[in-house]
Design a protein around this ligand. Structure first.
Ligand SMILES: [Ca+2]
Ligand SMILES: [Ca+2]
Ligand SMILES: [Ca+2]
Length: 386
């Protein structure tokens, strides 16, 4: 397989995405792009690969939390719907997009910012609102306060109360990863390999994004946990759709390498509250993480990952699993984020390198690609769309 030339056109890019997704049970789509069958997922009923989904508007790609350009402010961001410049889709009118905050370490929401969207107008722009829920309402959405409204057209910036800044609309996808190199090295797919002219698959791709920046006081805690959730209205009730904190947890640890029902497990992971992720379904998610960590280097075929490298012992793997579950981003809001050190996640943090190191017991510590160069120094921080 030739290295995809994404800039040569949307059709080629879509084909490349299809090829890239085709052979990969691990880390396939990056962080959490289309990570489960219920989101449209990677495969259809025939087992064919589907790089795009009718439910992509419910799919969370990545979640970020970091210090604003003013150190007394905190930024929460979530990207949704991958490769949107290839498929020209919008936010879901029937979807709630929530960024959740836990203030007391129990992995249950104490604060949530929820975006809702209207129908696209003739030019594709959508009106939006942002509602702030706190306390028990952050879990039930029973009663909230509308703090902002705006449109995805133009700048995407909204009008906000209480010193907040808000954004919703299309941005350059901040995520970076040598996807084809990973596929070649780990799975023997194609002719690319890690360390061989590393190329960032995500450089030309756009994504939808919601971003909010608030004074630290509005967060209401110092050491917090952050994760994103989406839910959709099925006509009679709200259904949980996607969920993620740290990148690629569902993608890396709930795979067919360790779980014969990995599709069902991925759906369950996305709909199990973080506070129950260690114990739900008989501890399945924790077991899968441990099994992956104790077998990863041995089961992948490339010698770099194979017998040359030892896997984690079970005790250490259990300790790592208990750090990674519940799947929330832990962050001290008084500090600059450092995703590699599991403290928040800034746009440029090389979380994939960190995750490669963790998963391979230090055997592979980089995919060879670095952060994008199009991040902004001020709100909304994510780069302008391609
Ligand atoms: Ca996802
Ligand atoms: Ca809590
Ligand atoms: Ca990297």
């Amino acid at each position: 397989m030739q290295r995809p030339k994404l800039r040569s056109g949307a059709l080629v890019a879509a084909a490349a995405l299809t090829l890239a997704l085709g052979g990969a049970p691990l880390l396939v789509t990056g962080a959490d792009h289309l990570d489960a069958p219920a989101l449209g997922g990677l495969t259809n009923a025939n087992g064919d690969i589907a790089p795009h989904s009718d439910h992509g508007d419910r799919d969370i790609n990545d979640v970020y939390v970091f210090q604003g350009s003013n150190a007394s402010r905190t930024v929460l961001a979530m990207t949704t719907n991958p490769a949107i410049n290839l498929f020209n889709t919008t936010f879901g009118k029937n979807v709630r997009y929530a960024i959740n905050v836990d203030r007391n370490g129990d992995a249950k929401q104490d604060l949530a910012y929820v975006w809702r969207f209207g129908d696209p107008n003739a030019s594709g722009a959508q009106s939006y609102t942002v509602t702030r829920y706190s306390g028990a309402n952050a879990r039930s959405y029973a009663m909230g306060v509308k703090i902002a409204s705006g449109s995805t057209g133009g700048s995407g910036l909204g009008t906000a109360k209480d010193g907040a800044k808000v954004f919703a609309g299309v941005r350059s996808d901040p995520f970076f990863f040598d996807l084809t190199g990973f596929l070649g090295t780990v799975l023997g797919v194609g002719s690319d390999a890690f360390g061989s002219n590393p190329t960032d698959f995500f450089t030309p791709l756009n994504t939808n994004a919601v971003v909010i920046e608030v004074p630290d006081d509005a967060i209401g805690g110092t050491n917090i946990g952050v994760w994103g959730t989406t839910s959709w209205w099925d006509g009679s009730s709200w259904m949980a759709a996607d969920q993620m904190g740290r990148p690629a947890i569902n993608t890396v640890f709930n795979t067919k390498l360790v779980d014969p029902n990995s599709g069902q497990t991925k759906n369950r992971f996305n709909t199990t509250p973080p506070s129950q992720q260690r114990t739900a379904f008989g501890g399945l998610f924790r077991t899968n993480a441990i099994t992956t960590l104790t077998n990863f280097n041995a089961v992948v075929t490339n010698p770099k990952f194979g017998t040359h490298c030892a896997d984690w012992d079970a005790t250490t793997a259990g300790a790592i699993a208990d750090v990674l579950l519940p799947d929330v981003i832990t962050y001290d809001v008084t500090t600059a984020a450092n995703g590699e050190a599991l403290n928040g996640r800034a746009l440029a943090d090389d979380v994939i390198d960190a995750e490669l190191g963790i998963t391979t017991n230090g055997c592979v510590t980089s995919d060879g690609v670095n952060a994008h160069t199009d991040y902004l120094s001020s709100f909304p921080y994510l780069g302008v769309p391609h």
